[in-house]
Ligand binder design. Structure first.
Ligand code: PAF
Length: 274
């Protein structure tokens, strides 16, 4: 596997081949990313992964500076998973001057849930993903369902701009005890790592309650928020939404329960399709 750092170098490497399958990442890779690479591989296309910690999607008080940069380890993991090319630009390559053009997703999708607590987050994500798509020119791009709202936002961007790329979702990969894998799990102390399972348990309780009674969603959301608070978490939201656009469900559409909560200094998100 080759690691390239420059846009021109990447374009040269991809010039004569078919449009690749693409897995964008911010590095510090775990099995969730590698599962996406293997899924990409199964498409029979060259596989490109990017590793770039995108400043645009971090608020000033967030963890941009301490976000782990582990390029050598990431490159080994990508090679082992069957990636052909890793694109690891530095900030000067991606943003040689301040990025003044942005891709701003619609408020109805991007200012709710994560967007309500991380203003500008999805603009940062869309802007870098649009730029990465222009650089890599993928035919297929894979995004994990762990970041459920991000997946919906990217699908909407591709649809609205008629981008010639198929967006393929990947299932959330969990540790044996059920914790959704995340680069931020590494911030957790041993005690917090054990406690972190409570988020999934609360989502499961919400999913069970809604399966038993679809009118019980609001009460189940509140009960989950209370239970998390009682255990020392600071929940941002626990919400049952329809899967298609993350708005409130009205009929019998397929649902998803989503949650974000802070445990100590670490903010975790998770979701369960109902
Ligand atoms: O999901 C992520 O890791 C990031 O949001 C992404 C899609 C790589 C854009 O920086």
């Amino acid at each position: 596997m080759h690691v390239v750092h420059g846009i021109a170098e990447l374009r040269r490497a991809l010039a004569d081949g078919p449009r690749p399958a693409f897995v964008p990442t911010m590095g510090n890779l775990h099995e969730g990313h590698l599962a996406l690479v293997r899924q990409a591989r199964s498409r029979g296309l060259p596989v490109v992964a990017s590793i770039f910690v995108n400043r645009l999607q971090f608020a000033p008080h967030e963890d941009f500076d301490r976000y782990p940069r582990t390029l050598a380890r990431d490159a080994d993991l990508l090679a082992g998973a069957g990636c052909d090319l890793a694109f690891a630009p530095d900030e000067r390559e991606m943003y040689p001057q301040p990025q003044t053009y942005e891709v701003r997703p619609p408020a109805a999708l991007a200012d709710i849930l994560e967007g309500a607590f991380r203003p500008g987050f999805f603009t940062g994500v869309c802007t870098v993903v649009m730029k990465l798509f222009q650089i890599v020119q993928p035919g297929v791009a894979l995004f994990g369902k762990k970041d459920y709202q991000q997946l919906r936002v990217i699908e909407g961007m591709v649809r609205d701009f008629a981008l010639p790329v198929e967006i393929v979702p990947g299932e959330t990969v969990r540790a044996d005890d059920g914790l959704a894998l995340s680069s931020r799990n590494g911030y957790l102390s041993a005690a917090e790592r054990t406690e972190a399972l409570a988020l999934r348990r609360q989502l499961q309780a919400v999913a069970d309650a809604v399966r038993a009674d679809r009118n019980g969603a609001a009460a189940a959301e509140q009960a989950a928020m209370q239970a998390l608070r009682a255990r020392g978490w600071q929940p941002d939201y626990v919400a049952v939404r329809r899967r298609s656009d993350l708005l409130a469900a009205e009929g019998d559409e397929p649902l998803v329960a989503l949650a974000a909560a802070r445990l100590g200094n670490t903010r975790l998100i998770d979701n369960l399709e109902i």
